[in-house]
Design a protein around this ligand. Structure first.
Ligand code: GAP
Length: 513
């Protein structure tokens, strides 16, 4: 049976072989944790962006978008707390020389205990069948209770250590739990140290502290500093949101697992400005909206779960991650954070400019509270590939690899293929493409047998293949083949546009939101 590691390897190999993702500057042996999106990758990525933008901005009359610069005034990052507090607690294993995030090592240990609990539950279910009451079992079974108490005690110690920045206590916890390095298997750890994740460079030709600027580690601050510009120029009334898609940079020390954790990545963030005191209602609202956004893509719903933060970031009063079941297990895909008025207040303090909103409904001026939804575009890309990548055994015993991408996200929507290269069939195929290409990304393919050409479209996730044959020249009909069912149907060329549009339009997803 294929392991989770195998699945990640298969996805990485597939992404490279078919032009989705290449290692960056590969001819120079690559640059770690940086990747380039190839000819199909960029199409899939743009379709994800478009899905996000339309559902967040166009479907909400009170949300608008911006595109702020990557470079920002260096004071921004003092105000936001990133200069002082954007650190990871790192620990090295002296034998493997590998570096880890200390909190991640502990979280992974907790996850192992959770897996044991789930095994106990599964055993109970097997034993008692339909009479099994899972809730009662979890509330009363001594093994489950003991393990839950263990988890709580670990989480409490970790929270206290991180909140008080007591790095010795974090190291002690790792030692007490007997956590070993996954590579060397040894428990020979260094002390835990804090490491700032921002990249810096110099503005112009002058070097020195005053010219030091940072590559933004999140897009959110570009939104905060433009809060009043947008509010005033757009005559926005609270509650309202500002959305943005853009690059962010972090000097991740433990950068691995393909595009899951990169040093240069893209974020899709939205800050929703609300009246103080109403933030929890909006926090719940955005949690529900965002999980639904993922689920309407049609994957298995059990692949998503919420994970509430143990240690809140310096700016948050509530935070939850939407986790996805990646090939490496459940990991953060998106964060929903209640950021209070922290950022705007900090920018007021550091800039000396008022960032307030006069609320005519309550006749009061205040610094709004903020709910943020923040998703990594690259992680979203990986989650989509994970859901879509399938190796199937067909009824006749042959195998096929298929990317069952949500049709609205697929790079090509339709491939048009002349049965042979002769008798005017290529011209007819190109004529069909010229009609369809205004609305759908189309591919023309005339090489090899039709069977091979179908398989070539399956591996890149094209929802439809259209074959032009001699009958087409007589009656203007073609065969259309569905990627998922592999069923073929004879249809009129005049109906093609409608048939394709019904399946691949983004409308299908948007109307479910
Ligand atoms: N503005 C809030 C913020 O940046 P975050 O949890 O640090 O919060 C938000 O990041 C999202 O950005 C994450 O859920 C993840 O999807 C993505 N992300 C963060 N670091 C990343 C990295 N190194 N590589 C790829 N994606 C990353």
């Amino acid at each position: 049976m294929a392991t989770q590691d195998d699945k990640l390897k298969d996805i990485i190999g597939h992404a490279k072989e078919f032009g989705f993702i290449f290692p960056s500057s590969e001819i120079y042996d690559g640059l770690s944790a940086t990747y380039d999106y190839g000819q199909l990758g960029v199409e899939l990525k743009n379709n994800i962006k478009n899905y996000w933008w339309k559902s967040m901005v166009h479907l909400h009359e009170n949300i608008v978008g911006i595109d702020a610069a990557i470079f920002m005034h260096p004071e921004t990052w003092k105000a936001s707390g990133h200069v002082d507090a954007f650190n990871d607690p790192l620990i090295d294993n002296k034998d493997s020389k590998k570096r880890y995030r200390a909190d991640v090592l502990i979280e992974e240990h907790i996850e192992k205990i959770r897996t044991k609990i789930n095994k106990d539950v599964a055993k109970g279910l097997k034993r008692f069948g339909k009479d099994f009451n899972e809730q009662e079992f979890r509330a009363t079974n001594p093994n489950v209770l003991r393990r839950e108490a263990e988890i709580k005690s670990i989480e409490d110690r970790m929270r206290e250590g991180l909140e008080k920045e007591n790095l010795d206590a974090i190291k002690q916890l790792i030692e007490d739990l007997g956590i070993a390095c996954p590579i060397s298997g040894s428990k020979n750890w260094t002390d835990v140290k804090q490491f700032n994740l921002m990249f810096s460079t110099e503005l112009g030709s002058v070097s020195g502290e005053s010219a030091k600027i940072y590559l933004r580690p999140e897009t959110a601050q570009g939104i905060f500093v433009n809060f009043l510009n947008v509010q005033k120029s757009g005559r926005m009334k609270i509650p309202f949101g500002i959305a943005q898609i853009g690059k962010a940079f972090r000097n991740e020390i433990v950068a691995r697992q393909f595009i899951f954790r990169m040093r240069e990545f893209e974020q899709m963030e939205m800050q929703f400005f609300v009246r103080p005191g109403e933030e929890m209602r909006w926090y719940e609202h955005w949690k529900a909206f965002r999980i639904n956004w993922h689920k309407v893509l049609g994957g298995d719903e059990s692949n998503y779960r919420f994970h509430d933060h143990i240690k809140l970031a310096h700016y948050a009063n509530a935070a939850s991650d939407i986790e996805f079941n990646f090939p490496m297990g459940f990991k953060e895909l998106e964060g929903i954070h209640s950021r209070t008025d922290f950022d705007l207040k900090q920018h007021e303090k550091h800039s000396g400019k008022k960032l307030r909103y006069f609320d005519p409904e309550i006749n009061k001026s205040y610094v709004p509270y903020v709910i943020e939804t923040s998703i990594g575009l690259d992680r979203m890309f990986l989650s989509v590939l994970t859901m879509a990548y399938k190796e199937e055994t067909l009824e006749d015993g042959t195998k096929r690899t298929v990317l069952a991408l949500p049709p609205a996200l697929a790079p090509y929507k339709v491939a048009v293929m002349p049965l042979t290269k002769k008798d005017g069939l290529p011209d007819k195929a190109r004529e069909i493409i010229s009609r369809l290409k205004v609305d759908f990304n189309c591919q023309y393919d005339e090489k090899d047998s039709i069977g091979k050409r179908y398989r070539r479209q399956d591996v890149i996730g094209t929802p439809f293949s259209v074959t032009v044959d001699h009958q087409t020249l007589e009656d203007n009909t073609v065969t259309i083949r569905d990627r998922d069912t592999m069923a073929q149907e004879r249809v009129a060329i005049a109906d093609l546009h409608q048939i394709i549009d019904n399946k691949v339009s983004l409308r299908n997803l948007l109307k479910q939101l």
